[in-house]
Design a protein. Structure first.
Length: 489
């Protein structure tokens, strides 16, 4: 209840709560509350209680996962905590510290984060609201039902199913619906919309739980009768929070038969599970983007400003997505890439239903925004296969003898095969310098542009030529344009 009065709602991501391959709700509660209260910023404190296991790849994933769910004010936990009784014991070493081997890349991480946060501004556009079944959980406290987590599972199945389907949504506590005196705003229905504070929704999803308030179902029925849509998971609740079970049963029956007063069409959709829910979302044209091929690892957030619609896309998967995204938007699209900072014209087409089709390629943990500006039609352009680089000469393989020298006292350069450091020095932590000599053809023209292809970089790599030096972190292009600065050494 107290969170209703804060100026900047926020969440705290500690330990390893958010990592690749895991499911999580952070920061949806705070973002949804901010939308209801009309707060433009949502803070996410990240990497508290973490340590030296955090690397640039982890930074990018966690910050991107927070941003694509609506948190636009990241705070990196920059200090470490000592033990209460033993000052020499450090339970959580500093995540961000000059002693970390990837510290030289920190500026790039901050710059990437700033781009993402800049894109993550604008008005809330969500059409879908999901009811948080907190009354069902409260009524089951201390009973076997509570221990079985049935209400939690019913709720998270909806949340994760919508995420996987690229549907943007808010989470609404049932306290908004049942006239809870501790709430500063209450849900109401006006002109076919569910109005909660500063937010407006046309779709309400009710989870499959056995307990719900009578007032919640009554509001859902009014929404359906005024032309909104209600998705009822399962058969509906049978227990009313204040014991009004018969009234609840009658209201559920009335809700199931509700029709729009304007069109006469049924406005209530029943779903048995998350698979049916995903199909319903597609039929109702609720995904912010329809991907082809389908991909359940790409997340989306839709932001709107005065003259633009921005669709923020983040690939939380371990593989590249390459395909087409269909957007319900007008205007001329551009792709804003948080990795490179570049803005490029999108390769586009127009679907039969009027949607804008945009060619997309998302590397793992890549964050981009497809931004539509203006009211004009999308200009069709030729679609071509994506090529990372166009080379004007045959590549030169660096197949000479490689040496590796660790940054440690007494360490000397040693011949090595490229591979895992743990096989060379299992206990070493720090940086290492690779060196290799190679031959080039004698007919290279003056000013020829060199490109260094490092292949797959896990954490951090740095190159040094006679004139330049650069550090890069995970997610940077692993092909670096060196220009004409490569001279024999």
């Amino acid at each position: 209840m107290a969170s209703q009065t804060v100026q900047v709602p926020g969440i705290d991501v500690v330990f390893d709560d958010v990592l690749p391959g895991r499911r999580f709700l952070n920061p949806r509660y705070a973002v949804s509350l901010a939308n209801v209260l009309g707060r433009p910023k949502v803070m996410a404190e990240v990497f508290g209680g973490s340590g030296w296991w955090v690397n640039p790849e982890t930074c990018k994933f966690v910050l991107g996962a927070m941003a694509v769910r609506g948190a636009n004010w990241p705070e990196l936990h920059a200090f470490w905590s000592g033990h209460a009784t033993n000052p020499e014991k450090i339970p959580f070493p500093p995540t961000f510290d000059p002693n970390n081997p990837w510290w030289p890349a920190m500026d790039q991480i901050v710059q990437w984060d700033a781009r993402v946060s800049h894109l993550n501004r604008g008005r809330n556009t969500k059409e879908v609201a999901v009811l948080i079944p907190n009354r069902a959980v409260e009524c089951a406290m201390g009973t076997p039902k509570h221990l079985a987590n049935s209400a939690d599972d019913a709720f998270t199945d909806i949340v994760y199913g919508l995420e996987d389907s690229q549907v943007d949504f808010d989470l609404l506590t049932e306290a908004f619906f049942d006239a809870d005196p501790g709430m500063t705003v209450s849900a109401e229905v006006r002109d076919g919309k569910l109005i909660v504070g500063n937010s407006s929704y046309s779709v309400l999803v009710l989870p499959a739980v056995d307990t719900m308030s009578l007032e919640t179902i009554q509001i859902a029925r009014r929404l359906a009768e005024q032309g909104g849509r209600v998705v009822l998971m399962g058969s509906g609740p049978t227990n009313e929070t204040r014991g009004r079970d018969k009234d609840l049963s009658a209201e559920i029956q009335a809700l199931a038969q509700a029709r729009s007063a304007a069109s006469g069409n049924r406005s209530v959709i029943r779903c048995a599970g998350d698979r049916e829910l995903k199909a319903v979302m597609r039929e109702q044209k609720l995904p912010e983007v329809v991907l082809a091929p389908a991909n359940d690892k790409v997340r989306v957030l839709h932001r709107r400003s005065e003259n633009a619609d921005a669709y923020l896309l983040f690939n939380e998967g371990e593989t590249v997505f390459s395909g087409v995204g269909e957007f319900r938007a007008k205007g001329t699209p551009q792709i804003w890439d948080a990795d490179s900072g570049q803005v490029v014209a999108a390769e586009t087409g127009r679907g039969a239903d009027g949607s804008a089709s945009v060619r997309l390629r998302l590397e793992p943990y890549q964050f981009v925004a497809v931004v539509f500006q203006g009211d004009g039609e999308v200009a069709a352009s030729k679609w071509s296969d994506f090529e990372e680089f166009t080379r004007s000469a045959a590549p030169i393989k660096l197949d000479g003898r490689w040496t590796l020298q660790f940054d440690a006292a007494g360490a000397e350069a040693r011949p090595v095969e490229l591979g895992d450091w743990s096989k060379i020095s299992p206990k070493f932590s720090g940086t290492g310098a690779y060196a290799c000599e190679f031959s080039v053809p004698g007919n290279i023209p003056a000013g020829f542009k060199w490109i260094l292809d490092l292949g797959a970089v896990k954490d951090v790599a740095e190159w040094k030529s006679m004139a330049k030096r650069r550090a890069g972190f995970y997610g940077d292009p692993t092909d670096w344009t060196l220009g004409s600065t490569c001279n024999p050494v």
